[in-house]
Design a protein around this ligand. Structure first.
Ligand code: ZN
Length: 403
């Protein structure tokens, strides 16, 4: 077995899951506030038969008694529901299909009183903004945290230049805002939709209903926190900032969480989560709409479509890990029985890693960088063991369709 590792600590030998289309180059979820430049990644696990941990998790799901799990959800709601009609749970989201489903089912089936909260996209797409508006229109109160745009743009630029990860500032707020609002508003129950660990984090993270607090809480000081690949205290000094300028990106306070008895749950633990079903539910029960055209880099029209930076995110992912949005989308749809592996492979061949033309100018303008800097940065993150140059053009050395 080859243990040789290349850039980012990725295995030099590229493999694809025997069941879905997932690549063994895919990194697992990170503690984003501690992500340093050039750091080695934790990678998705493959078993001896060459099956990825996301597929193993999916197999385990067929053994779950979902009726029991729904009873557990009812018990959880009974424990936290407030009979005076005040807010009793926090549903974080931006109005995508998952948050629409979660808020709707908790309010209308489980009789909860959800407060929806939003850490908004860096740059809304038109359809994203529209779906956000109709989400609230279906009967929800929302608290949106509008970050300081000067700082948000600055950190997005650093995250792109230093980590090749322009989505990081968004992900930081997405992780820590809900737990913080929980103790500030004294609403202990936070419920997310799907567990991202289902896509290939350590399998034990899927065996519990709650989210591991080390992803969103820490008593680290600014010297120990890294944002956009830079030490937070260095950013403060360099740009003459105050701690409050960075507050939205810092992890939640673990002592306040304990005091408030905050619990962060995943609905995906209690309800058999099938993304396409959540999409249908959202269309049937609210005015939620998909995109009129497929996203660049994939074939899908109904997921991760509200932030223009997401297009850039998946392109950088493709350059660094040799897999893009079509790999992610197809592997999920194969696991859920929506398409075959063969169809997945052909969709990857057609769409994966497509250049994010549509919103590129908007993203560069947002980060304050030139097209030249954009291209130089992209090249600096290209992983040598994944790419070969043929006649002046980069191509994957081991694409899934040449297996
Ligand atoms: Zn798999």
């Amino acid at each position: 077995m080859s243990k040789k590792l290349g850039k980012y600590g990725l295995p030099l030998e590229v493999k694809y899951c025997k069941k879905c289309t997932m690549s063994n180059q895919r990194p697992s979820s990170e503690r984003e506030f501690n992500s340093k430049k050039e750091a080695k990644k934790r990678i998705i696990e493959f078993d001896k038969e060459g099956v990825c941990s996301a597929c193993k998790h999916n197999e385990n799901k067929t053994l779950i008694n979902w009726g029991d799990r729904e009873s557990q959800l009812s018990e959880l709601c009974d424990k936290y529901r407030k009979n005076d009609g005040t807010f009793d749970c926090i549903i974080p989201g931006s109005g995508g299909k998952d948050s629409v489903f979660a808020a709707h089912i908790l309010k209308y089936k489980y009789n909860m009183n959800p407060l929806t909260i939003t850490w908004p996209p860096n740059i809304y797409t038109d359809i994203g903004k529209r779906n956000f508006d109709v989400w609230l229109g279906s009967g929800f109160t929302n608290l949106t945290y509008h970050p300081n745009q000067k700082i948000h743009k600055l950190l997005t630029k650093y995250a792109f230049l230093n980590l090749g990860h322009p989505f990081q500032p968004f992900m930081l707020g997405q992780m820590n805002l809900a737990p913080k609002v929980s103790y500030e508003k004294k609403i202990p129950l936070v419920i997310y939709g799907e567990n991202p660990a289902e896509y290939g984090s350590a399998i034990e993270e899927n065996a519990v209903p709650t989210k591991d607090s080390s992803y969103y809480a820490s008593d680290f000081q600014l010297d120990d926190i890294y944002l956009g690949g830079m030490c937070a205290s260095e950013i403060v000094q360099k740009h003459n900032l105050n701690r409050s300028d960075l507050d939205a990106y810092l992890p939640a306070n673990p002592y306040s969480l304990d005091e408030n008895k905050t619990e962060v749950h995943y609905l995906g633990y209690y309800i058999n989560w099938h993304p396409q079903e959540m999409y249908y539910y959202s269309v049937e029960n609210t005015e939620f709409r998909p995109m009129a055209f497929r996203v660049e880099g994939s074939f899908s029209k109904y997921s991760s479509m509200d932030d223009k930076i997401d297009w850039l995110h998946w392109y950088t992912y493709f350059i660094k890990f040799g897999m893009g949005r079509a790999t992610q989308d197809s592997s999920q749809e194969i696991r859920n029985g929506d398409i075959t592996r063969e169809e997945g492979v052909s969709l990857i061949r057609r769409f994966d890693g497509e250049f994010p033309e549509m919103y590129l100018d908007d993203c560069c303008e947002y980060m304050g960088i030139s097209a030249e800097t954009f291209h130089e940065t992209i090249e600096s993150f290209r992983t040598p063991h994944l790419w070969t140059k043929n006649n002046g053009k980069w191509a994957l050395s081991n694409p899934i369709w040449s297996e």
